[in-house]
Ligand binder design. Structure first.
Ligand code: PLP
Length: 388
């Protein structure tokens, strides 16, 4: 059986070119980048080159604005806790949205519960959009940080970040965006978006797992996250993961080169999948905005059945999908994102996320469109609440 991977939102395969680029950094160029000798210098140069490539991908003009991290989660934690610690004398109010990834939500909750911060969790509309006016209205004298994601990992809606960034700038409030799902899949430019901080993660765009970066605009007040050595310009201690950083750099270079072509191809596949599901299966609801969504994201609520049972049947057919984000699948709670968009518990439970990426083909989409209606029909036939 030929397996089909449609869970690119959870993670992506590492490109062969990326693996090739990383290989020498395990046992040929193995010096510690902080070492004075030529072995160390070679490793340091590789990091500088990677930093430059990542900066180019997101339009950062000063490469020193980029701090490598262990992934998106650390970048989010660093941004939020780092700014909160730097500015807590000035105010203790943070604005975020109710549909953020747990890396942001749980960090905000920690600040609330353990450190006396006050957090406003903004609502979203039925398409999953944050209203910029709500952001404006929520800003008060105590507000020190706004953190709103660029694109949602579950239902793909892309937020009006540039507009929110403009509001933050005018109010003089530091603005962070979690762009983990967006970087490498849609054009991202830190200046156009008016952001001060931005999180990204290599494994979402065909780079290795366990490495990411936090963009920090020059002049942004932020406290260091890891204490120890003087790596990353004294902002993040620990010996750098050189092969992973080199891999992130190469993935960024490839993403930048192929971004527009790949995005257009993915949108065609995505829309074929969306239209096909709507044509072939009744009682379905597309979650997220129809066009202002990530190029590879398809998320449906399928009534009268549970997301988990569809996933199991798909898995038996060799098709990998998910029912929400990878981090929340495994829990039986319905997605906080879909609930925030106004879906009932019952409908939110029946959600299916198919996320397409670089290596998906039209044949694979056709295969899913052939199998999924049968799976849904079989499950509904067994459902006591379905009678049509
Ligand atoms: N933020 C978003 C929007 C994500 O989708 C993810 C991962 O799924 C993360 C943060 C966490 O990234 P990482 O897995 O690199 O820690």
């Amino acid at each position: 059986m030929k397996k089909i991977y449609m869970d690119y939102g959870a993670t992506t395969p590492v490109d062969k070119e990326v693996v090739k680029e990383m290989e020498p950094y395990f046992n040929q160029v193995y010096g510690n980048p902080s070492s004075f000798h030529s072995f160390g210098r070679e490793a340091k140069n590789a990091i500088t080159e990677a930093r430059d490539k990542v900066a180019q991908l997101i339009g950062a003009d000063i490469v020193k604005e980029m701090i490598f991290t262990s992934g998106g989660t650390e970048a989010d934690n660093y941004a939020i806790k780092g700014v909160a610690s730097a500015l807590e004398e000035q105010g203790k109010h943070i604005i975020t949205s109710s549909i953020e990834h747990h890396a942001v939500l749980h960090t905000c909750e920690y600040l609330e519960k353990e450190r006396g911060f006050e957090v406003t969790y903004l609502p979203v509309d039925e398409d999953g959009f944050v209203n910029p006016q709500d952001v404006k209205d929520a800003i008060c004298e105590d507000t020190i940080l706004i953190t709103i994601m660029l694109a949602n990992n579950e239902m793909g809606t892309i937020q009006p970040i540039a507009e929110i960034g403009e509001i933050a700038k005018t109010a003089g409030v530091t603005f962070h965006t979690d762009a983990v799902q967006a970087v490498g899949t849609i054009p991202v430019d830190v200046n156009q978006l008016n952001v001060d901080l931005l999180s990204l993660s290599a494994h979402k765009f065909n780079g290795p797992k366990g490495v990411g970066a936090l963009y920090v605009r020059k002049g942004t007040k932020i406290k260091k996250f890891l204490h120890g050595g003087a790596q990353e310009r004294n902002r993040r201690a620990t010996t750098e993961n050189v092969p992973a950083i080199v891999g992130l750099g190469k993935a960024a270079e490839l993403a930048r080169k192929n971004l527009n072509r790949k995005r257009e191809e993915l949108i065609i596949l995505r829309d074929k999948l969306i239209n096909g599901i709507e044509e072939k299966i009744d009682h379905v609801k597309l979650n997220g905005h129809r066009t202002e969504r990530l190029p590879g994201n398809v998320n449906f609520s399928i009534r009268y059945i549970e997301g988990e049972s569809i996933l199991m049947k798909l898995d038996l057919e060799g098709i990998a999908a998910s029912s929400g984000s990878a981090c929340t699948s495994g829990s039986l709670d319905p997605s906080h994102v879909l609930l925030a968009m106004g879906l009932s518990h019952e409908i939110a439970h029946g959600s299916l996320r198919l996320t397409l990426g670089k290596y998906n083909t039209e044949e694979e989409v056709d295969k899913v469109l052939e199998l999924l209606p049968k799976i849904v029909a079989d499950l509904r036939a067994m459902s006591p609440i379905y009678n049509q």
